[in-house]
Design a protein around this ligand. Structure first.
Ligand SMILES: Cc1cc2nc3c(=O)[nH]c(=O)nc-3n(C[C@H](O)[C@H](O)[C@H](O)COP(=O)(O)OP(=O)(O)OC[C@H]3O[C@@H](n4cnc5c(N)ncnc54)[C@H](O)[C@@H]3O)c2cc1C
Length: 441
């Protein structure tokens, strides 16, 4: 089942030329297009399915600094301000609010980890508060359970995944940008080694710059150009319940299950990190490079089926620019939710918060989360293809940092001073091993 998502209308016609073509209309692509358009740059945003319909509408909506890897923290902090600024300057509603994120635990090792991160976070200016047992019990009153401790990060928040990407795309269009849905970019053309055009299923757009914000499809697109981008996807399942009478915290994370309030008053329930690995040709190809990642997370991963293989996003096939590609056969990646995970999630949620019994199950869906070997996105101009900027591999945290990433990509493309140091994100690092470099989520 697809996650709820607002729809927007496409622009009437594909332009012949553009200053920049953004390939992929998830949260990263729409914010990139928006920040470029604000600088007066003419942008065409190309989306093979619907704006926001893949990962960007399927996630929890958490926009957090809490427990961020040091490489991503500066971007995460800026992104929170940008979410607010976007609403003020565009008048569009992404559902963002700094509702605070609540973490509770009875596990000493987990609490020690949060305390260590807290020291680092506070040194970087993050408001993060360790909770004593009494404070944790007060914050987690709805659970009716004792807790050894927890964390509350009051300046973090959530945005609404069903509204955010379409809202940003609308704001981009008001600035003169064009949006083309149901239009896959099949590849690029080069002149003198430099990017000179983006070839789509509906025509060719002459341009000197393209941003590839294609989420789970980025690696197979790169492969057509002889670029090696190690990327793997895992299938995560979430579910929702209806609004109810009892007031619950806006967010609550525990090891067993997590809750997030949605705009309609319902809740999204999920087991953090739990996912299925659907083996694909690409997965098998890059798996040696992902060993450090799997060594860290194997406990929450289990083998899946052939769905990823059939979806085509991780195909090793080469395609022709004048023939339909796997992207046109799979307009929207909409993987099957894992039934066992839905049952487990619901049972754990009811055990954690008994008041959830008054709420009925409304939906469940899954999403392919795209990851890099070190869990940090690849952002930067691709070495060997001048004019092509990669922006993918957001490794399960791209929604919250979407505005920060979009701003940075717009800085790189327009030659403006970057809002954060771009070096930790440069894709060239994927040519080296990731042992000792995997992000702690
Ligand atoms: C269950 C789940 C929970 C998550 N929870 C959180 C969370 O709480 N907080 C958080 O920060 N992150 C979370 N994430 C991760 C987050 O959703 C992603 O990191 C983020 O949405 C990635 O955005 P994106 O724009 O890179 O990719 P996507 O949203 O996947 O968008 C990529 C788009 O590119 C399009 N595309 C690809 N190739 C082409 C092409 N050649 N031509 C045209 N279009 C193309 C696709 O159709 C797609 O729409 C979660 C993810 C999942 C699945």
């Amino acid at each position: 089942m697809r996650a709820p998502l607002n729809q927007i209308e496409s622009s009437p016609a594909l332009p012949d030329t553009a200053d920049v073509v953004v390939i992929g209309g998830g949260i990263v692509g729409v914010f990139t297009a928006y920040y470029l358009a604000r600088r007066g740059i003419q942008v065409a945003l190309i989306e093979k399915g619907r704006i926001g319909a893949e990962q960007s509408s399927r996630n929890w909506g958490w926009c957090r600094q809490q427990n961020r890897d040091a490489r991503e923290l500066p971007m995460a902090t800026l992104a929170l301000s940008l979410w607010e600024q976007f609403a003020a300057e565009s008048g569009e509603d992404t559902g963002f609010s700094r509702c605070g994120l609540l973490y509770l635990s009875n596990d000493d090792a987990e609490l020690d980890g949060w305390a260590r991160w807290g020291e680092f976070g506070r040194s970087a200016g993050v408001d993060t508060q360790m909770l004593s047992a009494a404070e944790a019990a007060r914050h987690g009153q709805v659970t009716g359970k004792p807790w050894k401790g927890g964390v509350f990060s009051p300046t973090d928040g959530t945005a609404d995944p069903s509204r955010a990407a379409p809202a940003v795309a609308r704001a981009f269009m008001k600035l003169g940008g064009t949006v083309h849905q149901g239009c896959a970019a099949r590849g690029i053309e080069r002149e003198g080694g430099k990017l000179s055009a983006v070839v789509t299923e509906k025509g060719t757009i002459r341009t000197r710059t393209a941003v590839l914000s294609g989420g789970a499809w980025a690696s197979s697109f790169c492969r057509q150009l002889g670029i090696r981008f190690p990327q793997a996807t895992i299938r995560q399942t979430v579910m929702t319940v209806s609004p109810g009478a009892t007031e619950l915290p806006a967010t609550l994370h525990t090891k067993g299950v997590s809750l997030t309030r949605r705009s309609d008053g319902g809740y999204l329930l999920s087991v953090s990190g739990r996912a299925r690995v659907d083996p694909t040709p690409q997965f098998l190809r890059f798996s040696p490079q992902f060993l450090p990642m799997f060594a860290r997370r194997w406990r929450s991963l289990s083998p899946g089926g052939l769905e990823g293989w059939r979806s085509g996003h991780e195909s090793l096939a080469r395609w022709q620019l004048d023939q339909p590609t796997p992207m046109e056969r799979m307009r929207i990646l909409d993987p099957t939710p894992d039934a066992a995970t839905v049952r487990l999630t619901h049972a754990r949620a009811l055990a954690l918060v008994p008041a959830l019994k008054e709420r009925s199950v409304t939906a469940s869906w899954a999403g392919y989360v795209d990851s890099t070997p070190d869990g940090v996105p690849g952002i930067g101009e691709v070495t060997g293809v001048p004019g092509l900027v990669l922006a993918a591999g957001f490794s399960g945290h791209g929604f919250g940092i979407g505005p920060g990433a979009g701003h940075l990509i717009a800085d790189i493309v327009s030659g403006a001073p970057p809002i954060v140091d771009p070096r930790p994100y440069h894709p060239d690092r994927f040519q080296h091993s990731s042992w000792g470099k995997v992000a702690e989520f």
